[in-house]
Design a protein. Structure first.
Length: 311
């Protein structure tokens, strides 16, 4: 049986009349990267703050690393690393000062602190800027510092809330390579993102919308479930064609991507050759080429958050 790092049942959070998280049931295995994918306002950050013990649930149960949250939140904080959306270290301290200070907070002794700081300065390419103020670092450098600090105490679980929202693609790719290094060392990672390429890197995903868990599973499995429902339309005057396609029964969405139109049919609509035939019948004499497309994670996201593909 798979050992779980996080398990929730019926997790809810209400702020007055607003339900930020609604009946969230999660089973997150140890030793994997698990992703929360969703738009702004979907409940990702609220869920993460409850899992960390920083926010008290309105209803439901949470178990993290075998601890009951929020009851055991103080014990949990020494076993997790948490990296927030915004840089939360001290701008007026240097790289090494930030790391040494946080090592003290985590309870590392002076010798252990010194060795661990040196190890992480090298691992995250911070050695050459150890005396630089955090304020003077680039977005990618600050991100590496934040990750180094979050892993100072070698946590069992690392929780990252949209950690790459302010960095360039090259630094994002390097950041994810570092996460897989941590996985190899036995750390479990929970990360929220709205980048599709990042979501594809996760072992498993939870798609959130308006506080609800809409779909979950390995990214490839979620994409495979859409086979036959995605079509690519090539031809002239695609802007007009798009408006006509959206009137076709069974079409859930249509969006232009470069020189073709990408069409997604609903779960209960036609698929494969039947879907192609329906479009051809609805759009005669337009000199269109219609073929089946390979489902992407963006298609999964659209299907889950703009239609009927819900758990």
């Amino acid at each position: 049986m798979t050992e779980l790092a996080i398990q929730t049942h019926g997790l809810c959070k209400r702020f007055g009349d607003l339900i930020a998280v609604n009946e969230l049931n999660l089973e997150i295995p140890k030793g994997e990267i698990y992703g929360f994918l969703g738009p702004n306002g979907s409940g990702k950050t609220t869920a993460i703050r409850m899992l960390c013990g920083l926010l008290t649930p309105s209803d439901g149960e949470i178990s993290v690393l075998g601890l009951q949250i929020p009851r055991d939140a103080e014990q949990l904080r020494l076993r997790i690393g948490y990296m927030t959306q915004k840089f939360s270290l001290y701008d007026d301290l240097s790289v090494s000062e930030n790391m040494r200070f946080m090592a003290t907070i985590y309870g590392l002794g002076s010798a252990a602190s010194r060795d661990r700081v040196e190890e992480l300065l090298n691992r995250y390419a911070l050695q050459g800027m150890r005396d630089r103020l955090a304020h003077d670092m680039s977005g990618g450098q600050r991100q590496r510092l934040a990750l180094a600090v979050a892993t100072l105490h070698q946590p069992d679980l690392l929780i990252l809330d949209e950690p790459t929202s302010a960095v360039d693609p090259e630094n994002r790719r390097d950041f994810w390579e570092k996460l897989f290094d941590l996985i190899d060392e036995g750390t479990t990672v929970l990360v929220s993102t709205h980048y599709m390429d990042e979501a594809e890197r996760c072992h498993q995903l939870a798609v959130l919308e308006n506080g609800y868990l809409r779909q979950s599973g390995p990214p490839q499995q979620l994409m495979d479930e859409l086979k036959g429902r995605v079509l690519e339309v090539n031809g002239p005057d695609l802007r007009t064609v798009k408006n006509l396609v959206l009137e076709v029964p069974g079409v859930q969405s249509a969006a232009q991507q470069g020189l073709h139109l990408r069409v997604l049919f609903t779960k209960n609509g036609p698929s494969g050759d039947a879907a192609i035939s329906r479009l051809n019948e609805a759009l005669p004499n337009r000199n269109l080429s219609i073929i089946q497309g390979k489902p992407s994670l963006e298609d999964v996201f659209v299907a889950c958050t703009n239609g009927e593909d819900h758990l």
